[in-house]
Design a protein. Structure first.
Length: 243
């Protein structure tokens, strides 16, 4: 059976971009429906925030929750050269406002994305999980909504004046519109894992991101998280990693 709904805005995906858009739009009084394939909490990569995420987090009203969260505070980034020598930490407070932008966080996406989604709900957005967007609905050359399928196989048509594609790297609309073009210069692959009990610095350096360079090939990340976890990954050309 085919059901139908009508909203002002449809959003594909409840990652940070989908939930942020939902928070702002619902806050302006629009009827927002977010369609998310996964049930939360769910794993996702993308764990080290940059200093200037402070402003969007503030706009979303999330600074208090971030400050009270278990997320590790990040004050700096440190670089390790190929000979193994570590640079002095680059402390953000040497350049940016100490009380705001100069301190950010090392997050875990399972928790961060739940926080963002709940924030959007609190502003009035309707976020539904276990619903996969299968198709864009087009009429007269424009997108008028989406067709979804839930885990029980129920197919629904959702209609709205605006549909936002916040599906992340899957780029739902771009792929289906054949807008995605491969850039031959971007051949990097990332491989990562997590360690418990790994070494970390003390005090304000405990939350520093460390970046170790592999000359002309790529780089490693070392991101300390809460619960004594460290995220370690490497980004380099696929051919180099699999040689
Ligand atoms: C290896 C790696 C390391 C990274 N490290 C960092 C970092 O340290 N710091 C940082 O800031 N960023 C980092 N990023 C980038 C970060 O992961 C992304 O910028 C971020 O996840 C984008 O958020 P988003 O909301 O756009 O998409 P996503 O987080 O990917 O969320 C998209 C959501 O859409 C849902 N979805 C997709 N298709 C459908 C569909 N058809 N129907 C319904 N739902 C759908 C997915 O289930 C998902 O929940 C990293 C990325 C990679 C690949």
């Amino acid at each position: 059976m085919l059901n139908a709904t009508e909203h002002d805005v449809l959003i594909i995906g409840a990652g940070p971009s989908g939930s942020a858009a939902a928070t702002i739009l619902a806050g302006h009084g629009h009827r927002v429906l977010v369609l998310e394939r996964d049930t939360f909490p769910r794993y996702r990569i993308g764990e080290s925030l940059l200093p200037f995420t402070y402003e969007p987090l503030k706009r979303l009203g999330l600074i208090d929750q971030m400050r009270k969260s278990a997320f590790v505070k990040k004050y700096s980034v440190q670089f390790v050269s190929p000979n193994g020598r570590a640079s002095q930490p680059f402390y953000f407070f040497n350049r940016y406002d100490r009380d705001t932008v100069a301190q950010t966080w090392q997050i875990r996406r399972a928790e961060f994305d739940v926080m963002n989604a709940n924030n959007a709900r609190a502003r009035g957005a309707d976020i539904r999980h276990g619903i996969e967007v299968k198709e864009l609905l087009r009429e007269g050359g424009r997108v008028v909504g989406v067709r979804t399928q839930d885990t029980d196989g129920e197919v629904v048509e959702h209609r709205a004046r605006i549909t936002l594609d916040c599906s992340g790297k899957e780029a739902f609309a771009a792929v289906r519109s054949q807008w995605r073009k491969k850039d031959p210069g971007l051949n990097k692959v990332a491989v990562w894992t997590y360690y418990k009990g790994a070494k970390r610095d003390e005090g304000i350096d405990a939350g520093a991101t460390t970046v170790a360079m592999i000359p002309e090939k790529g780089w490693f990340w070392y991101i300390p998280q809460h619960d004594d976890m460290v995220s370690v990954g490497v980004v380099a050309e696929g051919k180099y990693l699999s040689r």
